[in-house]
Write a protein that binds this ligand. Structure first.
Ligand code: ADP
Length: 363
């Protein structure tokens, strides 16, 4: 029999007074897996994490950790009886402890000798670029530095499940990259699991094995990053998961993996999966169309973004965003030819979203 998942949330609902913030959520995180909980502010990410950590009781449903039930409406094991480390956005630090003692504390609790614990604590602080602040107390740290110490403390905890509540929100890009690399390394070495709440699609897509999209406390879609990015269940999910433009053009036919789109009378063969059916619009991600080609268009806007440039192209079927490596390929107002490589048909707004045909999970 395979090992039970690190985390299983079963039909979980959580209410504040009588308002449900989380509605019948099912999700699991396998051992060694990182799952991102992606949703806008107010979608219930923190509430869900608090329920998993044991700070909030469910009004219905259950939480299981490594095959052990830890929360149900009638019984909630306290946070300290769960092998879970929580990294909250504004994780409080003990005011009287220096950074090194803060990080050494969980190591000492795991019965590590004092000298070794302090040495290891300094190493972890170093990897997050705050080793030089090891002797400082929270009052002597900036907000971002304090947050990094909090991250280091959580990493030192060595738990089998990490819960991250937008932990990188206040970090600059450099520290964010350091932290994510460190996290991935730990994941790889010790097989810990992570549930990572964020509203940042790029971050979620880059770090998670699977993504759970949350809207108004409900799960909207679950799948690997590539799937939720390229086959979102509806317009809302498409917008949440990255830059998206839509063509209103008839999809003349769909075969296995290909389709034919009619753009102003020109029939274009494209990559296309059947699935998000409906006489709606065709999602086009920035890399799915290219400049150069026989389709007519005009540049509406151009943004140089360093490694690549984005081009907003007005076409007979609507505006499409085209990303090309390097500098801008023209100026606003220029006529351009373009080509379409791939689309994803989305249901019309208001239509019932079709679940994606393939989702992958640990169970
Ligand atoms: P997120 O983490 O995705 O921003 P939250 O879990 O914080 O979302 O909030 C989900 C919903 O629950 C929101 O409507 C929010 O207003 C509500 N909520 C959060 N915390 C409380 C609270 N302590 N009391 C009452 N309502 C709350």
């Amino acid at each position: 029999m395979s090992a039970p998942p690190a985390l299983q949330v079963r039909a979980l609902s959580v209410a504040y007074d009588r308002d449900l913030a989380v509605h019948e959520v099912d999700l699991s995180v396998g051992v060694g897996e990182v799952v991102a909980l992606l949703g806008p502010s107010g979608s219930g990410k923190s509430t869900l994490l608090h329920a998993v950590a044991g700070f909030l009781a469910p009004s219905a449903g259950e939480v299981w950790l490594h095959g052990r039930r830890v929360s149900s409406p009638s019984r909630v094991d306290p946070p300290e009886r769960r092998d879970v480390a929580v990294v909250f956005q504004n994780g409080a630090l003990w005011p009287h402890l220096s950074a090194v003692d803060t990080v050494a504390y969980p190591l000492r609790r795991r019965r590590m000798g004092k000298a070794r614990a302090r040495a290891e604590a300094v190493q972890i602080l170093d990897r997050l670029d705050v080793g030089h602040l090891a002797r400082r107390r929270p009052a002597e740290l900036s907000g971002g530095e304090a947050q990094r110490v909090g991250l280091a403390r959580a990493l030192a905890r060595g738990a089998s499940l990490y819960l991250f509540d937008e932990p990188t929100a206040n970090l600059d890009t450099h520290v964010r990259a350091l932290f994510l690399t460190e996290l991935a390394e730990r994941q790889r070495v010790s097989g810990t699991a992570g549930l990572y709440a964020t509203h940042d699609a790029e971050e979620a897509l880059g770090l998670a094995d699977r993504i759970v999209l949350l809207r108004d406390g409900r799960v909207v879609q679950v799948g690997p990053p590539e799937l939720v990015y390229s086959r979102p269940v509806d317009l809302w999910a498409a917008r949440l998961t990255g830059p998206a433009t839509y063509l209103s053009a008839p999809l003349v036919s769909v075969g296995t993996g290909t389709g034919v789109v009619d753009i102003a009378g020109e029939r274009v063969r494209v990559r296309c999966e059947a699935g998000g059916d409906g006489p709606g619009s065709l999602l086009v991600r920035p890399g799915w169309a290219h400049l150069g080609g026989t389709l007519p268009g005009r540049l509406r806007a151009v943004w140089f973004r360093g490694p690549h440039s984005d081009h907003q192209v007005e076409t007979p079927a609507g505006e499409v965003l085209i990303r090309e490596p390097g500098g801008p390929r023209g100026r606003v107002g220029d006529r351009v030819g373009w080509s379409l490589e791939r689309v994803w048909p989305l249901a019309a707004p208001g239509a019932r979203p079709q679940p994606p045909r393939t989702t992958a999970g640990p169970d």
